[in-house]
Design a binder for this molecule. Structure first.
Ligand code: ATP
Ligand code: MG
Ligand code: MG
Ligand code: MG
Length: 470
């Protein structure tokens, strides 16, 4: 028997409810009182005040299914089996209550008993110095020592500068040879999609004083995260997150609009998966009140939306199509997120207007880009001037990554430094004209956004690299 995505979400939450957890509803994708993050990227992120003790949690045990966005994974989308920019993270949390024994035992119980995964295909990893976790897996759960992988700080220690931190233990599922890269030594931890990471259990037990001096915390916490889509992949035994029941229905919808079938042409499949993922992100972002713009979250939305729109063109989809697809997203996800249905009309409107804007200039922009390409070819150059890329951005609404992506397909690149400079020049001009008009200290809005830029949130580095976030 195969469980559907909506069913798995409920099974997880109810399982942890039966273990004394309070089910809390997903928080918004827009962080609340947190300048360190542009978008919520894990189940733990909106619960931070409970972990730091700033706020008292409604209960010491909480479970959620949190909507997440990771723009840092954007380059993987459509190419790996396991990454989306949007995904749902299932999690169980302990605020100074239970610790490793329970967390490990319950994750094992859920995977092997509740959803019935084959125990022989599951592999835990632990932080190499975490003998306690190793012993629990080995002695209490009964996993042979040679099936428990020990990894270093990079993989199995969760830490963000100063503050609470600790080792983690991840659970991988062997999907079988047919999904492997076939390289010798391909095993748990390999970047290919055979051993798929499904669950991360973080044991927050230390405080880092900022100079890597670790002292044990009085109240130890548990923070876990499992991608709902990945859980569905292994439970339903399908090829990727794009083949699980709900997401596959959405992908089929995209294919239908394009008049093609999935799994016939690799390039087209990448576009199908990319559109499928991006429309999920866009639909959820708009439902949380994010509007397309040229900065911050709004820019992330604009970028995803325009990228989806362009891939729609590559597939030969004619006319506007994003609102139609979002209708499917809403239909498939409203079970877990009733707010989608309530905001339906607004979502359609925002998508249609933004797609319209891009549609009006995309042809012109693509023509200009084609001209620029042939000029480069004639001159024997391979790098597009930053100013040209900036003009495409400024006048035709081409986000830098879109220009880069289109050029890369043909063996060209973009002078990104030059782009940043052109952007800076324009920003300076805008700034000085604002100063002149002295409009109620309006520059201040830039300070808040700059703060977001200087954080260490790596999931965002792709966008920061473009220098587009102001
Ligand atoms: P990976 O190594 O596969 O990129 P991760 O180690 O970055 O995953 P974590 O930060 O540990 O992921 O997040 C916890 C869980 O969330 C993962 O074990 C996975 O199930 C899920 N997850 C993380 N990133 C994504 C994504 N981009 N799309 C879908 N699920 C994800
Ligand atoms: Mg990752
Ligand atoms: Mg990982
Ligand atoms: Mg992980």
């Amino acid at each position: 028997e195969k469980y559907g995505v909506n069913q798995l979400r409920r099974m997880f939450l109810e399982f942890f409810e039966s273990k004394g957890h309070l089910i809390m509803k997903s928080f918004s994708l827009v962080p609340h009182n947190d300048n360190s993050l542009l978008l919520i990227n894990s189940g733990m992120a909106p619960l931070k005040p409970y972990f730091t003790g700033q706020e008292i949690p409604p209960r010491k045990r909480v479970t959620t299914c949190q909507k997440c966005i990771r723009t840092g994974d954007i380059e993987n989308v459509g190419k790996t089996a396991r990454h989306g920019t949007f995904f749902e993270m299932l999690g169980n949390f302990s605020f100074g209550d239970y610790f490793k024994h329970e967390a490990i035992a319950w994750s094992w119980e859920f995977l092997t008993k509740v959803v019935g995964l084959d125990a022989d295909r599951l592999y835990p990893s632990v932080y190499l110095e975490d003998d306690e976790a190793f012993e629990i897996w080995n002695k209490e759960i009964g996993i042979p020592a040679d099936r428990i992988f020990k990894f270093g700080k990079e993989d199995n220690f969760w830490e963000h500068g100063a503050g609470p931190c600790g080792p983690c233990s991840e659970i991988y599922y062997d999907r079988g040879k047919k999904y492997g890269c076939g390289r010798p030594g391909c095993t748990v931890g390999c970047e290919c999609d055979r051993y798929m990471e499904v669950w991360n259990n973080v044991f927050t037990q230390f405080n880092n004083d900022g100079h890597n001096n670790y002292t044990p915390l009085d109240y130890k916490n548990i923070d876990t995260g499992m991608g709902l889509e990945r859980l569905a992949v292994v439970v339903q035994d399908v090829e990727s997150i794009f083949a699980v029941d709900t997401i596959k229905a959405l992908l089929d919808n995209v294919a239908e609009l394009a008049g093609i079938s999935y799994m016939e042409n690799e390039d087209k499949d990448v576009s199908l998966r990319l559109i499928t993922d991006h429309i999920r992100s866009c639909t959820f972002m708009i439902s949380d009140g994010i509007m397309p713009s040229n900065e911050g979250r709004g820019y992330v939305l604009r970028r995803l939306l325009r990228r989806a729109s362009r891939h729609g063109r590559l597939l030969g989809i004619e006319g506007k199509f994003l609102a139609r697809l979002s209708e499917t997203v809403i239909e498939l996800s409203k079970d877990g997120y009733p707010e989608l249905d309530e905001k339906k009309e607004m979502i359609f409107k925002v998508l249609t207007e933004e797609e319209d804007k891009f549609d009006k200039t995309i042809d012109q922009g693509l023509n200009i880009l084609a001209e620029l390409e042939s000029r480069l070819r004639e001159e024997g150059k391979t790098v597009l001037e930053g100013e040209d890329a900036f003009r495409l951005y400024d006048t035709y609404g081409f986000p830098l990554d879109l220009t880069r992506e289109i050029l890369e397909e043909k063996g060209f690149s973009v002078d990104e430094e030059g782009f940043k400079k052109a952007m800076e020049v324009q920003r300076e001009m805008a700034r000085s004209s604002r100063k002149k008009s002295n409009y109620m200290g309006r520059e201040d809005i830039y300070q808040g956004l700059d703060a977001e830029l200087t954080t260490e949130f790596t999931g965002y580095e792709t966008l920061c690299d473009t220098g587009l976030i102001t």
